[in-house]
Design a protein around this ligand. Structure first.
Ligand code: UD1
Length: 420
């Protein structure tokens, strides 16, 4: 079993290039099924979630490989084979494959997705949206058997602006004659990027980034190379890590416009930030002001994917802060581990009260989910002494060799095979 060994206490300084957003790349890979030509997705790291999605593409008979810092896909020979639980079990975003397979073949069989460590994460909005496009769906013991032979453009009103449901329905509708509409759509930058990818291939999607998305059917999509947007959550993790440990960090190939709600909190916490078209810089004296209350919300609100890292930062603030998690019901598990390091966090239902402490101490802790794991690494970097963080496979789902990036910033982080 691997651990990240972190010797804390130093400041973080230097520059990093931010790669493509995992949450943009995953639906884009799934979307490649819609096209019979070669697709090249550039500037993305071989994260374990991305490799899992490539395995799903290969299962359909498509070619999908990771090469030279990008992904090459050709789905000319894909067929709508059942996507079994072994492939969908470890990765929630496997459900993204449903819309594209239906759009291309008019039928699909996909097992329920896995990856439920932060809450129930149902897929009812995906399925009810597809039904509005006239897809007939049967659940055969965990296998979703979908018949899309009668598919037609339609109007979908989402009860909640789900990111994944918006993306799935958008992809399902690409070839439907006429115009499909998604109302109360999610507005995340990754949705805008997926629309950009579809349009770059010749599709006609408009309104992405607003709460109403229109998809006008086209006959075919043409292959091309595409560079997805940079990862606002990975970038945000380095910004909060610097805020917590103190230092001066500049992120390049990064769009500060995508993290406005986080930046506002960093400024409130006493950080100095500088922003340009494609970079962001943060300077921290390591003194953090408490923030009375933060609530996670769909974009452009404060992202749930930055919740854990921000709570980690606030454990060292002067005073008490409150974090309310509105998206996922079980996303505070990591606070138990932070408390082992000397933090003072009390969780009640969807709210965490974080009383600032003077210092954290190195400890042996375990990551139980992706962003909670990143929060533990951040805390270990700011703590006195040595920490070992287990459960590294969770962290690897969304950060490629996180230890190397922190090393570039002067952090003392190593991947080791045992605790000694
Ligand atoms: C995406 C992101 C994830 C992020 C989340 C919220 C990807 C690959 N993942 O996940 O990192 O944390 O957005 O910003 O892009 N819900 C339902 N029924 C559904 C679908 C969702 O009730 O059919 C609920 C979920 O349980 C959750 C909320 O809606 O409470 C938001 O989920 P959603 O926006 O769908 O998140 P994901 O697409 O799974």
């Amino acid at each position: 079993m691997s651990y990240l060994r972190v010797s804390g206490g130093g400041r973080l300084s230097g520059e990093l290039d931010i790669g493509a957003a995992k949450n943009a790349v995953l639906p884009i890979i799934a979307c490649s099924i819609l096209c019979e030509d070669e697709i090249n997705i550039q500037n993305c790291a071989p994260l374990s979630d991305i490799l899992a999605m490539l395995r799903i593409i290969r299962k359909t008979g498509g070619r999908a490989e990771y090469k030279d810092g990008g992904v090459y896909i050709n789905c000319r020979d894909s067929v709508p084979v059942p996507i079994d639980g072994e492939l969908t079990g470890g990765i929630r975003s496997s459900i993204f494959i449903l819309g594209p397979i239906l759009a291309r073949f008019g039928r699909a069989q996909v097992c329920y997705p896995g990856g439920c460590e932060i809450g129930l994460r149902p897929i009812d909005l995906h399925l009810s949206g597809l039904k509005k496009l006239n897809v007939r769906i049967k659940d055969e013991g965990g296998l979703l058997v979908c018949d899309g032979r009668g598919m037609a453009a339609g109007e979908v009103d989402l009860d909640f602006p789900s990111v994944g449901a918006t993306e799935n329905i958008m992809m399902a509708a690409v070839f439907l004659k006429g115009t499909s509409v998604i109302r109360n759509a999610a507005r995340e930058p990754e949705i805008v990027d997926l629309a950009g990818f579809i349009n770059a291939m010749g599709g006609r999607v408009s309104g992405a980034g607003t709460d109403t998305v229109h998809i006008e059917g086209v006959k075919r999509l043409a292959g091309r190379a595409y560079t997805p947007i940079s990862d606002r959550i990975a970038g945000g993790t380095f910004l909060t890590a610097c805020a917590m440990a103190g230092g001066d960090v500049r992120l390049n190939r990064f769009n500060p416009g995508a993290v406005n709600s986080l930046t506002e909190k960093l400024i409130r916490a006493g950080m100095r930030v500088e922003r340009g078209a494609q970079y962001m810089r943060i300077k921290s004296e390591g003194r953090i002001r408490a923030i009375h209350k933060i609530e996670t919300q769909p974009y452009p609100g404060f992202p749930t994917d930055m919740q854990a890292q921000t709570v980690a930062m606030l454990t060292l603030a002067q005073g008490a802060s409150m974090m309310v998690e509105n998206l996922f019901e079980n996303r505070f598990k990591y606070t138990v581990q932070l408390n082992k390091m000397g933090a003072d966090i009390t969780v009640k239902d969807r709210m965490a009260v974080v009383k600032g402490v003077k210092r954290l101490n190195g400890s042996v802790v375990t990551a139980e989910d992706l962003r909670g794991g990143a929060a533990l690494v951040m805390a270990a970097l700011a703590a006195d002494g040595v920490s070992y963080i287990g459960g590294v496979d969770h962290i690897d789902r969304g950060y490629y060799q996180l230890e190397e990036d922190f090393k570039r910033l002067g952090g003392d982080v190593k991947r080791v095979e045992k605790i000694h």
